[in-house]
Design a protein around this ligand. Structure first.
Ligand code: FES
Ligand SMILES: [Fe+2]
Length: 419
């Protein structure tokens, strides 16, 4: 982050601490309709438009380090195989044989010189081309060139592999927009995979994600864990036009003017190019649709939220970090290498099941959101754009009230700084 932007952020933190109402011109946020968490129609719309057309973080290159290595990936509800090809490319295909739909692989991961269907032995290259079938003389007019594996878009950001089911989607870099530039200082191309775990939760995926999209809850549920490290009244939210968002909050100052800093992570290696904000603040990005990640000089630890039906979800916890050599393996989110969620995530997930019961109750109508929680509204607003507003039953829509003037790099708050 350049010094001017850092200065602006510092100014905005003081602005946020001093304001006595939402910023002038910031829209009143209408209630989010409760049906967005429970209505099967909305769940289907998410499936058809959000999961089908967004870039989704699927794998780290350490998981398929050599040509022939593959990984089965079904987090988005589609059977996908991600393959490291002979030419170094990362390719993704439906795990669906072009003959009668049998799986190409059934193991979670492995390495194969060719992709051979388990049913009748059709054989594909790592590029998905059909290269051999058994008894070809018994098929009339079988055109190998149009019987390859169906591809899924697959692009890399540093060592991270993303997929997209929409062949007309923008590129991953276009999708990330300014976020990609801001992430340069974290060297995504140098981070190794330190930890990856999956957790089943009994709530709609958005309920789980929203617990990580605002700091309004910090003083209640993280009173002893996060609150001493995070000055929530100085939190600055930023909206990006692609539905992404960012929060930056400084550490609280003690009465003597000194600042709390986490000590337990100082044993992990550092991303040397990480900037001042990363080193002195809590900084977290939401990348549409399901990525939430704090970023610091020690780690890139994304949390991913995946639907598992309408009232259940999976939380995937990742820690990516610079090479830790013989030192302790970084894991931001769990205790004992996946035995239990970290204390902070235990706090963030403890109400999911309760909130799910509430949203399914007769008494639940909708969600009033404060200015502090506006990133949740912004996410929903972009979700509707992506689904196509006219495709959504009227009672389930959110109004498009946060205008372009609030989308980065625009920010009306900056004009108030020198007043
Ligand atoms: S279904 Fe794959 S070879 Fe028959
Ligand atoms: Fe939290």
């Amino acid at each position: 982050m350049d010094p001017q932007e850092t200065n602006t952020l510092r100014g905005l933190m003081e602005y946020e601490a001093a304001r006595t109402a939402p910023p002038e011109g910031f829209p009143t946020l209408p209630d989010l309709p409760g049906g967005r968490y429970t209505d099967p129609r909305f769940f289907e719309l998410e499936k058809d438009h959000i999961w089908r057309k967004s870039w989704l973080f699927a794998a780290h290159i350490d998981e398929i380090p050599e040509p022939g290595c593959y990984r089965l990936w079904e987090n988005a509800g589609q059977p996908v195989i991600i393959v490291h090809a002979d030419d170094g490319a990362m390719n993704a295909f439906y795990n669906t044989c072009s003959h009668r739909g049998a799986p190409i692989v059934t193991d979670a991961a492995g390495k194969k010189p060719r992709l051979v269907c388990k049913y009748h032995g059709w054989t594909y290259s790592h590029a998905g081309d059909l290269i051999a079938v058994r008894d070809p003389e018994d098929f009339s007019g079988l055109d190998f060139s149009c019987r390859g594996l169906q591809s899924v878009r697959c692009e890399r950001f540093g060592n991270l592999i993303f997929v997209n089911f929409d062949h007309d989607a923008p590129t991953l870099l276009q999708w990330l927009g300014p976020v990609a530039d801001e992430w340069e200082e974290f060297q995504f191309g140098n981070c190794r995979l330190a930890a990856r775990h999956i957790w089943d939760l009994n709530c709609n995926w958005k309920i789980a994600m929203e617990a990580n999209t605002e700091v309004y809850h910090v003083r209640s549920i993280h009173a002893k864990t996060v609150a001493p490290m995070l000055d929530d009244r100085r939190n600055v939210n930023t909206f990006y036009s692609q539905g992404h968002g960012r929060m930056v909050a400084p550490r609280p100052k003690r009465a003597d003017g000194t600042i709390n800093a986490p000590v337990e992570r100082s044993i992990w290696p550092e991303i040397e190019t990480a900037g001042e904000i990363a080193r002195t603040c809590t900084q977290s990005y939401g990348v549409f649709p399901n990525w939430v990640s704090p970023l610091s000089q020690h780690a890139i630890p994304p949390l991913l939220f995946w639907p598992n039906g309408i009232n259940k979800c999976r939380l995937e916890t990742w820690t990516l970090a610079p090479d830790w050599g013989n030192g302790p393996k970084p894991d931001m989110w769990t205790q004992n290498d996946g035995e239990l969620l970290s204390p902070v995530l235990l706090e963030d997930t403890e109400f999911g099941e309760w909130i799910q019961k509430s949203v399914e109750s007769y008494g639940f109508k909708g969600v009033p959101l404060s200015y502090q929680e506006a990133r949740i509204y912004h996410w929903n607003q972009f979700a509707d754009k992506m689904i196509g507003i006219e495709n959504i039953p009227e009672e389930l829509r959110v109004a498009q009230v946060i205008g372009e003037e609030w989308m980065y790099p625009n920010d009306p708050r900056v004009a108030f700084l020198n007043q």
